[in-house]
Design a protein. Structure first.
Length: 328
C-alpha cells in the first residue's frame, strides 16, 4: 500500500480484547470500514461503540471463521487473537488457551483470509518470542534469532506457540500468498489492559515486587500499539517484522512504583523474588528474571510510527488521568 492510503475493508479478529478495541477505534478514525469479531455475544456492544460491525464467531471453529471472513470480504485482516485470563497469566497453565488460539485459531484465520482474497494480514506477536532470561544490555533488533535464548520451562509452550503463529504468517508472505507481517509487542498497559486491576492490587497492598532485580522488559501503551497496527496495515512491508515498544524498557518494580505514584496508592509491597515465584512462576520468569530490551527503530523508519508515550514515565500518569475521567 502507498503512503497515502485509501480506506479499505478490514476484518479484526479478537476485536473485543485489550488491544482489539483500541485497534478498532484507530482503524475507524483512519476511515477504514471495519468488522470485528468476538466469541461473546455480550461484547458485541463494545465493538459497535468503537465504530465497527460486530460478528460473533470463534477462530478455533475453522468453518465458522471461514464463513465470517468470506461474508465480510475484507481487503485486510488483523489478527489480535488471545484468550488470556482477566487478571493476566501467572502460571504456564494460564496461557494454554491463548497458546491454542495462536497455533490453531490464527492458522484458521490465515487460511480464511487467503480464501476470501484478502491482500494484507497483520499479526500480533509478543516480545517473549525472543525467549526469556538475560539478553544483555543492548536492544534486540528484528534480525535477532528467535528464540535468542532457550526458553525456560514456564515459558516454553508460549514461545513455541508464538513461533508457530509467526512462522505461518511469514511463510505465506514469502510464498507471495498474502502480504503478511508480524508485530512483536512489548507488554501492554492502559485502560482495559490490566492497569485498573494493578491499581486495585496496589490499593490493597497485594502487588508484590522484588526489592532487587536486574530484570527489565519492554512495555507499550495500548493506544500506541493500536497506532502501530494501523501503520503496519497501511505502510508495512510484506514479510516485515516490527518490534513495537516504548523507547525505554523498565522493570516490574519501576512500573509498579510509578503506577502507585500516579494513582496515589500505597507503594508496591516488597517481597523476595523466590516467594513471588512460588505464587506466579510464569510472571516472575517473564517480568523479574528477564532482561530484554527491544529496538523500535524499524517501526519508526518503515511505518512512520512514533509512540505518543515514549516510556511509562509519560504513559502511566496519562492512563490514570483517563481512568479518572480526564483526558489522556
Amino acid at each position: 500500500m502507498d503512503q497515502e492510503v485509501a480506506a479499505v475493508k478490514v476484518f479484526v479478529a479478537g476485536a473485543s480484547g485489550a488491544l482489539g478495541i483500541p485497534v478498532l477505534r484507530a482503524l475507524v478514525s483512519h476511515g477504514h470500514e471495519v468488522t470485528g469479531t468476538t466469541r461473546s455475544p455480550d461484547r458485541r456492544r463494545r465493538i459497535a461503540e468503537a465504530g465497527a460491525k460486530p460478528v460473533v464467531t470463534d477462530a478455533l471453529d475453522r468453518e465458522a471463521i471461514r464463513s465470517a471472513v468470506a461474508s465480510a470480504a475484507p481487503e485486510a485482516v488483523v489478527d489480535v487473537l488471545t484468550a488470556l485470563p482477566r487478571p493476566g497469566p501467572r502460571r504456564a497453565a494460564d496461557l494454554r488457551a491463548t497458546n491454542q488460539v495462536r497455533r490453531q485459531g490464527s492458522r484458521n484465520l490465515l487460511e480464511a483470509a487467503r480464501a476470501a482474497g484478502a491482500r494484507r494480514y497483520v499479526a500480533e506477536s509478543f516480545f517473549l518470542v525472543y525467549g526469556d532470561g538475560d539478553h544483555g544490555p543492548e536492544p534486540l533488533s528484528e534480525e535477532a534469532q528467535v528464540p535468542a535464548r532457550e526458553p525456560s520451562p514456564p515459558t516454553r509452550e508460549a514461545v513455541d506457540a508464538l513461533l508457530a503463529k509467526e512462522g505461518a504468517v511469514l511463510t505465506a508472505a514469502r510464498g507471495g500468498r498474502i502480504e503478511g507481517m508480524v508485530l512483536r509487542f512489548g507488554g501492554f498497559y492502559g485502560a482495559g489492559a490490566g492497569t485498573e486491576e494493578m491499581i486495585d492490587l496496589l490499593r490493597r497492598r497485594r502487588l508484590p515486587v522484588p526489592p532487587r532485580s536486574r530484570g527489565v522488559t519492554p512495555w507499550v501503551h495500548v493506544e500506541d500499539a493500536a497506532a502501530a497496527v494501523t501503520a503496519a496495515l497501511e505502510r508495512g512491508q510484506a514479510g516485515g517484522i516490527y518490534n513495537v515498544a516504548d523507547d525505554r524498557a523498565a522493570s516490574l518494580a519501576e512500573f509498579a512504583r510509578r503506577l502507585a505514584e500516579a494513582a496515589g496508592t500505597p507503594p508496591p509491597l516488597p517481597l523476595p523474588g523466590f516467594l513471588i515465584g512460588l505464587a506466579a512462576p510464569y510472571l516472575k520468569r517473564l517480568l523479574v528474571d528477564t532482561r530484554l530490551r527491544l529496538s523500535n527503530r524499524r517501526a519508526k523508519e518503515e511505518l512512520a510510527w512514533r509512540p505518543a508515550y515514549p516510556s511509562i514515565a509519560e504513559g502511566l500518569p496519562a492512563v490514570v488521568r483517563q481512568l479518572k475521567g480526564g483526558s489522556a
